[in-house]
Design a protein around this ligand. Structure first.
Ligand code: NZQ
Ligand code: ZN
Length: 382
């Protein structure tokens, strides 16, 4: 195994009724001023807003609302939230939503306590923020990213056309109630679950070949994610499958799969830059890119691919593993071509060249790509 330090900062309260049961006690540990952060309004339609504001009121909290956090959140939105948090002397940020809301709030929590611009500090100067962030709690309404159990946040700088990962605040607690996800549109349920599968694959396909228990856990997460997605394809409201997927989502990104090993995440790097240029849905972008990326690297790690194919899809051989993944993506009805992604700009070869040239090239996959090969991969997805 590679050397590691594992520390786990988030308390997780999981299950039906978790907010009503646990939030009052959790809130008691923080001061009176709460920033209630959410997205475009789904929580107002499904009753989550009403339930949470009731709990906050009963706890005697003064609530400031920070709403309209968009999918693929922007750094401009972070600045807006940080300004609100300062003006209202916020003691706790409660992020209610999916990965986008949680990520935006992670950076708000860190940005609100410093005059330095965190984008400049982290992404340009490559330094980490010194001040302790405002405490953050997450109430998850869309699972898949696992953002609720780590300190990383993915944010888009629109003017720089960069979607990148920053280190910010890890939530002190996370409420995971599968019932809160029941109103999610079907395609978001599936693309979120595919994101979870992707996280486990990206971790497993890092170039660590020593026998490692983390690989066994990653394969179990992949297998469980596939099984539970298949259950949802038959009945999208199956509570047991939603529960399992909510927890595999958190497990895939809480660091436990990464213990003692190197990770790949090149496909995520390409998808993030595709997102910076097109604003496409994260899980759907991954569904389009993964098969093509894996066809490029399968010959660099045939045994690893074959082991995954056997354990997850019950097929023999490395190429068969990749083709089983392709068939599974089709079975889910997820996009398989760039033209099926919703994009804010027309996807042209010139645009894809810019995506390729601005993609981070990571060192720990089975073969480091070049910008030209990223461009080839993107063009093969058209
Ligand atoms: O904004 P509202 O109205 O709430 O609607 C949202 C949004 O349109 C909707 N939604 C959420 N909960 C709902 C609901 N609709 C009905 N009922 C509910 N219960 O779902 C839509 C998508 O939400 P979003 O948060 O954007 O999706 P997701 O959770 O997939 O998050 C994607 C973001 O997370 C980043 C992605 O890059 C992307 O920016 N990621 C974060 C990671 C992390 N921090 O660890 C890792 C991931 O790899 C990923 O990069
Ligand atoms: Zn992801």
């Amino acid at each position: 195994m590679e050397n590691f330090v594992y520390e786990y900062p988030t308390k997780v309260c999981f299950g039906r009724g978790a907010a009503g049961q646990h939030l009052p006690g959790l809130l008691a540990g923080y001061g009176p001023n709460v920033l209630l952060a959410y997205g475009g309004g789904s929580i107002k339609k499904n009753g989550v807003y009403e339930e949470l504001t009731g709990i906050l009121k009963a706890a005697g909290k003064t609530v400031t609302e920070f709403s309209g956090i968009m999918s693929n959140p922007t750094f401009a939105k972070v600045r807006e939230g940080a300004k609100l948090a300062r003006e209202h002397h916020i003691d706790l940020i409660l992020a209610v939503g999916g990965g986008s809301v949680v990520d935006c709030c992670k950076i708000v929590a860190a940005q609100a306590v410093t005059d330095e611009d965190l984008w400049d500090l982290e992404m340009v100067q490559h330094k980490t923020p010194a001040a302790a962030p405002i405490p953050l709690g997450a109430v998850v309404t869309a699972s898949g990213t696992g953002a609720e159990m780590n300190g990383g946040a993915v944010i888009t700088n629109e003017s720089a056309k960069i979607k990148g990962g920053m280190f910010a605040a890890a939530p002190r607690f996370a409420i995971l109630d599968p019932d809160y996800t029941m109103t999610l549109p079907r395609m978001q349920v599936l693309s979120g679950a595919f994101d979870t599968l992707s996280h486990a694959m990206e971790t497993y396909f890092g170039r660590s070949d020593q026998d490692n228990v983390s690989d066994e856990v990653a394969l179990a997460i992949m297998r469980s994610t596939v099984v539970n997605i298949r259950t949802l394809l038959r009945d999208i409201n199956d509570y047991t499958a939603r529960s399992n997927l909510m927890w595999t989502s958190a497990m895939a990104e809480n660091g436990i799969l990464k213990v003692g090993r190197l990770t790949d995440f090149e496909c995520h790097q390409i998808e993030h830059q595709l997102g910076a240029y097109t604003d496409c849905n994260h899980g759907q972008g991954l569904a389009v890119l993964h098969p093509v990326y894996y066809r490029h690297i399968v010959k660099d790690a045939p045994e690893k691919f074959a082991r995954m194919g056997q354990a997850v899809f019950g097929v023999e051989g490395a190429e068969a593993a990749v083709e089983a993944l392709v068939a599974f993506i089709q079975e889910c009805g997820l996009p398989t071509k760039m033209s099926q992604l919703r994009s804010k700009e027309e996807i042209t070869p010139e645009l894809l060249r810019q995506v390729a040239d601005s993609t981070n090239l990571l060192p720990n996959g089975y073969r480091q790509l070049t910008h030209d090969e990223v461009y080839e991969i993107l063009m093969e997805c058209v």
